[in-house]
Design a protein around this ligand. Sequence first.
Ligand code: UDX
Length: 480
Amino acid sequence: MAAAAAHVLVFPFPLQGHINCMLPFATALAGAGVLVTFLHSDHNLRRLGRASAPDGPPSPRLRSLSIPDGLPDNDPRSVGGLLELVESLKAVASVAFRALLASLLSTTSPSRADHHHDGGFPPVTCVVADGYLPWAIDVADELCVPVLAFRTSSACSILAFLSAPRLFELGELPFPAGGDLDEPVRGVPGMESFLRRRDLPSSFRRAGEHGVNPRLPVLVEDTFHSGKARALIFNTAASLERSALAHIAPHMRDVFAVGPLHAMSPAPAVATSLWREDDGCVAWLDGQADRSVVYVSLGSLAVMSHGQFTEFLSGLVAAGHPFLWVLRPDMVGESRDGDATTPQDAIRAAAGDGKAHVVAWAPQWDVLRHRAVGCFLTHAGWNSTLEAVVEGVPMLCWPFFADQQINSRFVGAVWRNGLDMKDVCERGVVEKTVREAMESDEIRQSAEALAEQVKRDIADGGSSAMEFKRLVSFIRELGS
Ligand code: UDX
């Protein structure tokens, strides 16, 4: 009997940052001959259809399906409503996921090997579920489908969550009321020499009556839950996070570090962007001198207050370099003093003609590899971090939440490919750090060396390329 074709159901948490790394993963799997069904939410699949066209040619081995996320279509699904989305997925999408997975397993043929159904795809042989969807691991388990977990955030952040019980044991958590966030933290292995309280993921900070953010135990439990999966996959490179990966391994059945994925596979054969990309910014960059522009983008979720926006704008203008700023329509809060000037108009007025360009959404991969970009003012989301690392672009980090606080510490203190200005939002600091990130030879050299190092990881024979091959064999064996 012929061996069953491997068919993987890839299920990301339905947000841009998760799609942007799991789609290149799906594309790479399809490129390696594996059949892939990529599972979106209905809402996102509709948005993708409106906002973006596939970057690459269609692949006969990669298709998209969708299930409801349980929220009304006009819900903003923004950072303020993240918990609502988490809960709604658990209540509604889990039921739809179970039904879909069951249907993708069914076959009427005694030989699963050569019976193709549903558009030529054989039954699913394995699920790769976002670790942020722990219930998806349980559903696959219950239906006896081998399941792997995938984390879209940094390995260092995942190690922090796995270390949380130890931090409580050591009395490091909860942080003392009014305590100094610059104090070092013990208990996260391999990071004791540089990790401060303020560098732990945002949910470690004090909140609520007992000083523990109610989300922290949930996030810790969800992280440990990935240990139930056959393996945990990271979008990272061994050379970036070797120590964190080694300390995570004992908690998991297997660990694969296969990133940065966006740089490993050809452009995804299906649409990736939930917002319409404004290519005009690349034409604008074409008219700028080499390494002269500050690219400002804070990802798909971050929202800033009007006061923070004003400090950033003033600092950027004072630094004197032209800048390209991504401002999603919902990104800046309203002014307290009733000033009705839009952020876009405020930028034009402050920067003067030609010095600044504003878009609602940029083709970020193209922007970061543009010769005119000199530094990246970023929230240090994991995708953005990896995208800057691969292009050797110096970073200036202003993290908002989740893994961003620890990612930015790695940028500033470990890889030294940029600066970390977390928890400070003052125009003078913005001006000074923008200048330094743009002008420091030391930072540029570290950024370039890091890019070379990571490119070796993803090249043929490099650690990520080898790990990806091992993962493909692992997946094929699960299906045989
Ligand atoms: C979040 C978390 O911050 C991140 O750490 C986690 O791993 C996934 O979820 P997000 O805040 O959106 O994601 O940041 P990031 O991980 O950087 O992802 C944003 C993605 O949107 C990047 O791939 C970036 O290239 C893309 N992007 C952003 C655009 O394509 N255009 C833009 O204008 C801005």
